[in-house]
Design a protein around this ligand. Sequence first.
Ligand code: ADP
Ligand code: ZN
Ligand code: MG
Length: 478
Amino acid sequence: MAREYETVIGLEVHVELATKTKIFCGCSTKFGGEVNTHTCPVCTGMPGSLPVLNKQVVECAIAVGLATNCEITRYGKFDRKNYFYPDNPQNYQISQLYLPICRNGYVEIETENGSKKVGIHEIHMEEDAGKLIHDEWGQVSLVDYNRSGVPLIEIVSEPDMRSAEEVIAYLEKLRMFIQYLGASDCKLQEGSMRADVNLSVRPVGSTEFGTRTEMKNLNSFTSITHAIESERERQIDIIEAGGSVVQETRRFDDSKGESYAMRSKEDAQDYRYFPDPDLVPLKVSEEWIEKIRSAQPEFRDAKVKRYKEEYAIPEYDIGIITASKRMADIFEEASAICGQPKKVSNWLMVETLRLLKEKSMDPEDIVYSPAHLAKLIELVDKKVINSSVAKEVFEQMFADDTDPEEYVNSHGLKQETDSGAIEAICRQVIEENPKSVEDFRAGKDKAIGFLVGQTMKAAKGKADPGTVNEILRKLLGG
Ligand code: ADP
Ligand code: ZN
Ligand code: MG
């Protein structure tokens, strides 16, 4: 009989912080500039240059640590991790091995068996490497140091996760905290959040961990899920065949659905870590921690609770809206301006979600302002435009934050409010559609729908369907 196996997973998550400048120099962290223009002697490893720690990086790391229930290290250091690679101009990376800024935290996730704590072993700060560009010039590789020195935090979990679902729930929770803090946009596709998955299997009931492998650079939730499933099967097959799993780093190829060995696992001593002599020790005062704590935003759980008390909108909507800081901000501001949370929520839940999906966009990247959404709602309320025109205006607003009022004016989309003019169109439609008129008079109430449609069409959509309906009925003596 085949044995049952349990999957054991721990994650190392790198997050690029959204500070304006790099961790040890004043260069811009902006993504996508002309190659090697966001550089200086420090981030290109020139001899004699000295690093100066960016205070904001420490504040971001502490803020994430507080959100994830970590202890904050009061006396910390930076260490050099020594290795040669052309994207690493100093031949060492400045990181934290011995005294990471945060330790012993946890994140609570929802699983099918209720909520569960995933331990956080530590969070440390480090610098990112440059980027190698292959295949552009034939026989040579190029290097771009714009990313060199961009601040990272690495969040190392305990091996507490047992399935791909738990891993995704954990990553979503982390991402939400970090986005709410504004510490990073956490985009897996663009590399501002990168997850390395450590995985082992063991017979159910066993208390010892099996040998693990590490899979690097998985850039979507789907590829993380596929990698976990395929690696679990691979390890079980090896064990069932009487072999043993080799501790190594593997690369997962999502197009083939397989992983292959990249290198044997290196140990801390391979890197000859030692404290960086160019940086002074980092002292974190109680007051500083308290200042950061008091500036923490209202996180999702607290928001959900408050929304339930303050707004009469469905719980389902609350869940979706608060899952994105950007959506929650739009919801709160637009509701405050127009005083109609239900309508704001509808625009978010229906048209916004539809367009996000259609354009494969992240909710954090919504560009329209809450004030413009509030204005659009008012335009509909005041019957300046009807709801189908509002959808057209909304699409434009969604694309480039167009002012809805200006758009309505410049495109002549105002509703026909002159009831005399509408009545004239109704009479015309009645005249042209004797069959429907007959049907209606014969008791087929549905026929009115067709006539309303024809009138709306004749009015180029710029009439209020309710008013049209009323006038038609009056004219038909209904
Ligand atoms: P190293 O120092 O060699 O990188 P760590 O102890 O720092 O190893 O662990 C790295 C990551 O691997 C952590 O996220 C941890 O939870 C995870 N991990 C450690 N042992 C196992 C295991 N047996 N199975 C799955 N994950 C593991
Ligand atoms: Zn620099
Ligand atoms: Mg490690």
